[in-house]
Design a protein around this ligand. Structure first.
Ligand code: BGC
Length: 916
């Protein structure tokens, strides 16, 4: 009866047309869809609006949040009912209801009112689950099993993995079961033989002295009635394993930077239908043993002796008499928090494209793509056969694997067969490699393409950007950028995935953050890493070269800061705010960010940085140099300028004025010291000009002259770039800001050495660390040389912001700017889409001769200024109607040779002619 009534009401509303033409979709809580295990007492809610009408927006919203899904169906928010809030806000609406309880799932939904004040339907309900919010919720104790004495390797210290298990019985009907698990090291949990969750490398890398994360899983379907077994395999991971280049540089300590023995903390809360509950927790009743994983190291690889497999070890009925009781783990003093980031997952499988045999019995599999991950082995053979897999990014001329550039990363997996008649399948658990080629030895018979499958691993950040244009080299470059980002967004933003480094280098991160944000939703990923970065801030105020910092802590040795790197502490949170309007990030780190500015003061004299300031400089620039103190002073000024903006965003007006003032002082000193009246900088390089322009350090007239000089320098260099990590990001935007789009396109599409295109035509499938990582003339560069380093991929920012022209005024893509730079000769079309926090923005342009079509899509609840690159507004049309007569064009003005039209949401099709 009730249902029939609802149907009638719905029908009546529909025919009367009073439902809003707008629906809330893509609901997120703390950036994630239905997150399981959060510990934010006041989580934030976001949604995206969809409408098939132009000029639609939100005038009000209502959120309800309930402890039971059924309540939401009846539109009851027993925890929070925001009521109708007159606001166009759709991102980060802060929860303001009753307090949440640990280990409970909550439900929420939202409805909105459109521009005509018509209410939408309620969204689909979404959920979020609270983790263990109070330390007293944890009944589990840390446990461990020290396998260090069992190390068999004489060169490296790689102890076998501890296996831990616990039997338990469930006698009542289970309603809900959640597992909370943390580890010092890495852990893989199983329940009744099944892996819990799809995550790998949990609980991630942190400064374990300060904090460690726990992961939360809904394991209700995995619980048996009757006998159950919970199992865990631990590995050293970043906690105790070799890290970075500690062996290479002969660091006094090579491993065990945070501790020596991995430990486990797990708590399984089983709730029964009768309202009672049991907690299975790590304690001294657990038992431990070693098993087939003889070695497990992120850098060195994994060794698995299948003869030692303990079938059924994590299922009921297994006899664990021979297993030993576990040892108590350490008393942990750091914070135990819910993982706020994006877990590492297996995101793709790749089949090899060919197999070669450069030497007898040595098989090389070409995976066709350089990526981070590992391989699954599918083989048959005699018991005791030892198969060895080595990984490399390139091949030597004779077709053998190149491993020299891995330096001290052994990157070798070994599998010893147990001789199963039906064959054996194996995939390592606690290691990953950066590679395109796999060398397989030890198989008595020839392998085939089914022998190996590539498994791509990365922090599974959702894809947000898509880019395609008429130039295949540029398209391949874009693919290479995305693959390199995937390979290096691996729990932390690493420099490279293959050699003995894989550190969260801060310079690389800050240079690339804005580019990364176009390709993927990196908000939660950075929520996690910004904690790492701030945990690693030096007491003197500077942010370190990489975060987390492992070496520094126990070596007692000085490690240094660097301009361009330490600035990540300001530039990254600023960018996250800029793109996602995440104010909390700024609030959390504001005081720390200030300390970075103060630190700059201590390495400066009269507002410019000291001549001998230590720095990496314009790292790996090619053919030109920029002084360290110039780069340092420019960043000092830029950070200060950003801080004046950050302070204003946070409503700290005095601070904002202070920073603005300081900026003016640094700017004056900077101009005085570096700008010569002849119209060039003292450091006369592409990087010098590009940085100053991009960072807005120059008064207008000087900026123009600097741009002229930048263009001259490029032309004098044979239309080639000479920038390193630092200058590369700023180069093309600086050109486009001053009308040198053609030159920017020349650089982007060039295939001459050095260029992005040179890598592509020389078979790159990822972005190389150096412009000369490989040259036809000199072959592979010896020494430090990675083929998967995203820093030079920072050109991606220009591709979206200028080539496609998707940008914003202010923050969060609420006021969008579409300003494509139409190439007259090099590119005939560009299609770019970007899923912003406010929804999908598209800019597709196509040029035939001088005739241009520009299709633009603007999400509901946003507005856009479209810069049509033609001054003649009488000859600009939208869908066949001249824009002056168009009812949906809100205003028309002109700016710098463009006609600027203001539009609301919806799809638009412009056409116009380019003038000469
Ligand atoms: C890393 C970089 C890093 C640099 C510092 C290298 O070893 O791979 O990407 O930024 O050192 O200059």
């Amino acid at each position: 009866m009730r249902f029939r009534l609802k149907l009638i009401v719905f029908f009546l509303i529909l025919v009367s047309g009073c439902f809003a033409d707008i629906i809330p979709t893509s609901l997120k809580c703390e950036y994630r869809e239905n997150p399981v295990g959060i510990d934010e007492p006041k989580p934030r809610f976001s949604w995206v609006l969809e409408s098939n009408q132009r000029n639609q927006g939100q005038t009000a919203f209502q959120i309800i949040c309930a402890g039971k899904k059924e309540l939401l169906q009846d539109k009851v928010g027993d925890l929070w009912d925001s009521g109708k809030v007159n606001s166009d806000q759709t991102v980060h609406v802060v929860y303001n209801g009753k307090p949440f309880q640990s280990n409970k799932t909550y439900y929420w939904k939202v409805k909105v009112w459109d521009s005509q004040n018509r209410a939408s339907e309620w969204s689909e309900p979404e959920s979020f689950t609270m983790g263990l919010l109070n330390s007293s919720d944890w009944q589990a104790k840390w446990i461990q099993y020290d396998t260090n004495p069992l190390n068999e390797n004489t060169e490296l210290h790689l102890p076998p993995c501890p296996y831990l298990r616990k039997d338990f019985t469930v006698q009542k009907k289970v309603q809900r079961a959640f597992l909370y698990v943390s580890a010092l090291g890495l852990v893989e949990m199983s329940l009744n033989g099944q892996k819990v969750g799809n995550d790998f490398f949990t609980p991630g890398w942190t400064d374990y002295n300060k904090r460690v994360y726990y992961f939360s899983y809904d394991v209700t379907p995995l619980i048996n009635s009757g006998e159950n077994v919970i199992g865990a395999i631990l590995a050293e991971g970043w906690f105790a394993d070799y890290i970075g280049y500690s062996i290479l540089v002969n660091w006094p300590q090579k491993k065990n930077f945070y501790g020596k023995v991995p430990a486990l903390l797990a708590q399984l809360v089983v709730e029964y239908a009768d309202g009672s509950q049991t907690i299975i927790k790590t304690d001294d009743t657990w038992k431990a043993a070693t098993g087939p994983i003889k070695e497990a190291s992120i850098l060195m690889g994994e060794t698995f002796d299948a003869r030692l497999k303990m079938d059924g070890w994590n299922t009921p009925g297994f006899n664990d008499k021979e297993w030993t009781p576990v040892q108590p783990g350490p008393v942990y003093y750091g914070k135990l928090q819910a993982f706020p980031g994006v877990p590492v997952r297996e995101t793709q499988e790749i089949k090899p494209t060919e197999i070669t045999e450069p030497r007898s019995g040595v098989y090389i599999f070409n995976m066709g793509q350089n990526f981070a991950g590992r391989v699954r082995l599918n083989i048959k053979g005699e018991v005791g056969t030892k198969v060895t897999l080595r990984f490399g990014e390139m091949l030597h001329q004779d077709g053998t694997l190149m491993t020299e550039n891995l330096r001290k990363a052994r990157a070798t997996d070994t599998y010893i067969l147990r001789g199963d008649a039906e064959g054996e399948v194996w995939e390592p658990q606690f290691t990953y490699h950066g590679f395109q080629y796999v060398e397989l030895t030890g198989l008595p018979n020839s392998p085939d393409l089914e022998t190996l499958t590539g498994i791509v691993l990365n922090s599974n950040t959702p894809r947000t950007g898509f880019f395609e244009c008429s130039n295949d080299t540029v398209n391949k470059l874009y693919s290479n950028i995305v693959w390199t980002q995937r390979a290096n967004y691996f729990d932390v933003p690493t420099d490279c995935p293959q050699r003995d480094e894989r550190l969260g280098w801060t310079g690389d991160a800050q240079i690339y953050t804005r580019s990364a944000s176009y390709n993927m939703d990196i908000d939660a990923f950075f929520t996690k890493w910004l904690r790492d970065l701030n945990d690693a801030q030096d007491p003197k105020g500077y942010y370190p070269n990489f975060a987390p910092v492992a070496f520094h802590r126990t070596s007692g040795q000085h490690y240094f800061f660097s301009p361009g790197w330490m600035d990540a502490g300001i530039i990254c949170p600023y960018t996250i705010y800029q793109v996602y309007q995440d104010k909390r990030v700024l609030e959390h780190y504001y005081d720390n960010m200030k300390k970075q500015i103060e630190f700059y003061g201590t390495v400066s004299e009269n507002y410019t940085c000291k001549q001998d300031i230590e720095a990496w400089g314009d790292w790996l620039s090619f053919g030109s140099k920029t002084s360290n103190h110039y780069i340092a002073t420019a960043y000092y000024a830029y950070d200060t300028l950003l801080m004046s903006e950050v302070a204003a965003i946070l409503g700290k007006d005095d601070d904002s004025r202070y920073f603005k003032n300081l900026f003016t002082k640094i700017q004056n000193a900077f101009l005085e010291k570096y700008w010569k009246s002849e119209g060039i900088f003292v450091d006369d390089s592409q990087t010098t000009c590009a940085m100053a322009i991009y960072m807005k350090l120059l008064p207008e007239d000087i900026e123009k002259r600097a741009a002229v000089r930048l263009a001259e320098l490029i032309r004098q260099n044979g239309n080639r770039l000479s920038t390193g990590f630092i200058g590369c990001k700023h180069l093309l935007p600086a050109l486009s800001e001053h009308g040198y789009d053609d030159l920017a396109y020349t650089l982007l599409t060039s295939t001459e050495f050095p260029s992005w295109g040179y890598e592509v035509v020389n078979n790159a499938t990822t972005i190389w660390e150096r412009w000369d990582s490989y040259t036809i003339k000199d072959g592979f560069k010896k020494g430090m040389n990675s083929f998967s380093h995203y820093a030079f991929g920072a050109v991606c920012e220009w591709m979206f912001r200028y080539m496609a022209g998707i940008d914003m005024e202010g923050y969060g893509f609420k006021n969008i700017i579409i300003r494509p730079r139409i190439s007259r000769d090099k590119i005939s079309y560009v299609n770019a889409d970007y899923n912003s926090i406010h929804g999908k923005i598209s800019s597709h342009w196509q040029r035939e001769g001088n005739n241009v079509k520009l299709d633009v899509t603007i999400p509901a609840n946003t507005t856009a200024l479209v810069y049509v690159p033609s001054p003649n507004k009488k000859e600009i049309f939208e869908n066949g109607t001249v824009i002056g007569k168009h009812k949906d064009i809100k205003s028309i003005s002109s700016d710098d040779g463009c006609t600027v039209v203001q539009i609301g949401s919806g799809p638009y099709k412009f056409s116009f002619n380019l003038t000469d």
